[in-house]
Design a protein around this ligand. Structure first.
Ligand SMILES: NC(=O)c1ccc[n+]([C@@H]2O[C@H](COP(=O)([O-])OP(=O)(O)OC[C@H]3O[C@@H](n4cnc5c(N)ncnc54)[C@H](O)[C@@H]3O)[C@@H](O)[C@H]2O)c1
Ligand SMILES: O=CCCC(=O)C(=O)O
Length: 520
C-alpha cells in the first residue's frame, strides 16, 4: 500500500491477485490495511488539502502529466500483470493504458484552461436604485479529500489512476484510493506511479494514498471518515448503495458518485431493420462480447417491433453469436454471477434461448442471446436486471406503443441506442424526449460500448445506473463532482483569491456581468 510517501505492507489478512484464466494465486501476497493505516491516510490527505488546493495551474497540470508518464514508464511489467489479473488481452490493456494516460493529460489541459473554476464577477453598482448592488465574485473550489474505489472491469481506466482519481486530483482534491482486490498487483504498480509523481512534483505526501482491504471494513471506514468529502465508485448496485447508505448516515453526509448497473437498451426501428438488419445483428454481437461482455455499457436489451426485419436481425445475431468464442472473465465471482444470471434467463418460462456462443472452460463466459415478449418483460421486473457479461435479451414488441411501454418501464440507464433510417426519424423524434429522461447518453446507429474521453461525454445516468444522474464519471465534466461554489461579497482586492482578483493573474476566462471575457 502507499500511505502518503510510505510504502507499507498491509498486515490484515492476505490478498493475492488471481490468474483470471486459471484461478492460480499470484505472488506477491498483499495485506489489508489496519484502521490506523486508514486513519493515517485520511489524516495526511486532510493535512495536504490546503496546500494542494492552492497549487497554481501549471504545477497541478504538470503533476497529472507526471502520473501519465510514470504509468507509461512502467512498461510491459504493468501490461503483463494487468493481463494476468484481469484475463483481458494485450490489445485491450494497452488500449486502456492509453486511455488512462490520455485522461490524465486531458485533465491537465482542463486545469491549465481554468474554465472549470467557472469564475463569475458582478461588479458593484453603488448608485443602483432603490438598492445598490454589492461587488459579487464566485469561483468553484475543491470539496476536500476524495475516496476512490477501483473498478474490476477497467483495471486501469476506472481504477487507481482512472477517471475518478484524475478528475479529483485535477479539481484540487487529495485522493485516498481503495484498490480492487481483483487486481492488487496492477493497483500497486499504478499506485507507485502516482506516489512517484507526488514526490517529483514537490507536493505534500498526503495528496495520494492507496489502501488494500482484506474485507469491507476499511472501504466502509473510508467512506465514513469525517475527512473524506466525496466518493467515486464503479461496481455493483449492492456495493454502491451500501456505500451511499454509509455516506448518508454520517454526521456530515457526503455525495457518493457510484456507477452501478445498466442494461443499455438498443431500439431497432423498422426502416433501419429493412435497410440493414443483418449488419446490425452482426455488429451487435461484436459489442455484446467486447471484453467478455464486462462493460457497463454492454447492450443487454434489444427492443423492436415483431416482423421480418427483427427476424432477420435475430438470425444474423444468432449465427454470429454461435461463433463467438468464450472469454475469460475478470474474477471467479463475476464469472459465477454471470453463469447464474444466464441460467436464470434460460430457465425462465417466458424466455426463449435464441443462441449460445461457444462453450468455454475454467472462468470463461459463454455468450448468450435470449428473447421474450414485451408482455412477459413488463410482467417480470427481474428481466431487466443486469447480467454482467456477454448476455442480452431481445424483447419482441407487437407495435410501437409496446416499445414505448417497455422504455417507460425501464430504470435509469447509462445509454440508449436507436438504430434508424431516415424514414424512422418521425418516430425517433417522438421517443427522444422519453429517452432523455431515462439515460445519460443517446446514440444513433451504434452501441454504447466504447466511451470517448471528451468534453461532451456523459458517462452517467439516472439512478440506479449511477447514484446521481446529474454527473458523469468520464469526460471533463467529471471534475464538477468534486467542486463546490463559493461567493465573495465586497471583499477588498487584497483579500480576494487570485482567481477572482481584478488583475486575473492566471489569465482565466471569466464571466463579467454575465458576459464571457477572455483574459487579455
Ligand atoms: N455497471 C458497472 O459499471 C459494473 C462494473 C463492475 C462490476 N459491476 C457489477 O458488480 C459485480 C461485482 O463486480 P465488482 O467486484 O467490480 O463490484 P463490487 O461492487 O463487488 O466491488 C467494487 C469495489 O467496491 C468494494 N465494495 C463492494 N461492496 C462493498 C461494501 N458493501 N462495503 C465496502 N466496500 C465494498 C469492493 O471491495 C471493490 O473494491 C459484477 O458482477 C457486476 O454485476 C458493474
Ligand atoms: O464499464 C464501464 C465503462 C464502459 C466504458 O468505459 C466503455 O464502454 O468504453
Amino acid at each position: 500500500m502507499f500511505i502518503g510517501a510510505r510504502a507499507v505492507q498491509g498486515t490484515q489478512g492476505e490478498i493475492r491477485g488471481i490468474s483470471a484464466a486459471t484461478g492460480e494465486k499470484l505472488d506477491p501476497a498483499f495485506g489489508g490495511a489496519t484502521k490506523d493505516d486508514l486513519d493515517d491516510s485520511c489524516r495526511l490527505a486532510d493535512e495536504a488539502f490546503d496546500t494542494y488546493r492552492n497549487t497554481d495551474p501549471e504545477t497541478r497540470a504538470a503533476f497529472l502529466e507526471a502520473i501519465a508518464q510514470n504509468i507509461l514508464d512502467l512498461g510491459d511489467e504493468l501490461v503483463e500483470r494487468c493481463m494476468t489479473e484481469s484475463g483481458l488481452p494485450r490489445p485491450r490493456i494497452e488500449g486502456e493504458r492509453g486511455r488512462t494516460v490520455g485522461q490524465l493529460r486531458l485533465f491537465a489541459q482542463v486545469v491549465r484552461a481554468g474554465r472549470y473554476l467557472d469564475v463569475r464577477i458582478d461588479p458593484a453598482m453603488p448608485d443602483r436604485q432603490p438598492l445598490p448592488r454589492p461587488d459579487l465574485r464566485s469561483r468553484m473550489i475543491p470539496v476536500g479529500p476524495v475516496a476512490v474505489f477501483g473498478a474490476s472491469n477497467f483495471p486501469l481506466a476506472f481504477s487507481v489512476a482512472g477517471g475518478d482519481t484524475a478528475s479529483a486530483l485535477a479539481a484540487g482534491c487529495p485522493v485516498v484510493a481503495k484498490a480492487h482486490s481483483a487486481h492488487p498487483g496492477t493497483s500497486e504498480l499504478v499506485g507507485s506511479a502516482i506516489q512517484k509523481a507526488v514526490a517529483s512534483s514537490g507536493l505534500p505526501e498526503g495528496v495520494f494514498s492507496l489502501l488494500f482491504d482484506s474485507g469491507r471494513e476499511i472501504g466502509q471506514g473510508l467512506v465514513a471518515d469525517h475527512r473524506i468529502k466525496a466518493v467515486g465508485f464503479t461496481g455493483s448496485r449492492g456495493g454502491g448503495t451500501a456505500l451511499m447508505k454509509i455516506a448518508a448516515e454520517r454526521k456530515e453526509p457526503i455525495p457518493v458518485y457510484a456507477e452501478m448497473s445498466s442494461i443499455n437498451p438498443v431500439i431497432l426501428f423498422e426502416g433501419a431493420l429493412k435497410e440493414r438488419a443483418e449488419a446490425i445483428g452482426k455488429a451487435f454481437v461484436g459489442s455484446l462480447t467486447l471484453g467478455a461482455g464486462q462493460f457497463c455499457t454492454n447492450p443487454g436489451l434489444i427492443l423492436a417491433e415483431e416482423g421480418e426485419g427483427l427476424n432477420t436481425f435475430l438470425s444474423a445475431a444468432a449465427e454470429t453469436l454461435k461463433e463467438a468464442a468464450a472469454s475469460t472473465m475478470l474474477t471467479p465471482g463475476i464469472h459465477q454471477s454471470y453463469c447464474q444470471g444466464v441460467e436464470a434467463l434460460a430457465g425462465h418460462n417466458q424466455v426463449e434461448t435464441v443462441a449460445r456462443g461457444k462453450a468455454g472452460e475454467n472462468f470463461q463466459g459463454q455468450a448468450a442471446l435470449f428473447a421474450t415478449s414485451s408482455e412477459a418483460f413488463l410482467a417480470d421486473p427481474h428481466l431487466q436486471e443486469e447480467v454482467f457479461g456477454s448476455s442480452s435479451l431481445v424483447v419482441r414488441c407487437p407495435d410501437r406503443d409496446a416499445v414505448r411501454d417497455v422504455v417507460e418501464a425501464l430504470e435509469g440507464q447509462l445509454t440508449a441506442a436507436i438504430h434508424i433510417a431516415e424514414s424512422d426519424y418521425p418516430q425517433a423524434k417522438e421517443l427522444l424526449p422519453l429517452l432523455e429522461k431515462k439515460v445519460g447518453r443517446i446514440l444513433v446507429n451504434g452501441f454504447g460500448t466504447g466511451v470517448e474521453v471528451a468534453h461532451a461525454m456523459v458517462h452517467g445516468g439516472p439512478y440506479p445506473s449511477t447514484a446521481d444522474g446529474r454527473s458523469t464519471s468520464v469526460g471533463t465534466m467529471a471534475i464538477d463532482r468534486f467542486l463546490r461554489p463559493v461567493s465573495y461579497q465586497d471583499l477588498p482586492d487584497a483579500l480576494l483569491p487570485d482567481d477572482v482578483k481584478d488583475s486575473n493573474p492566471h489569465k482565466l476566462e471569466r464571466l463579467m456581468d454575465g458576459k464571457a471575457v477572455l483574459a487579455d
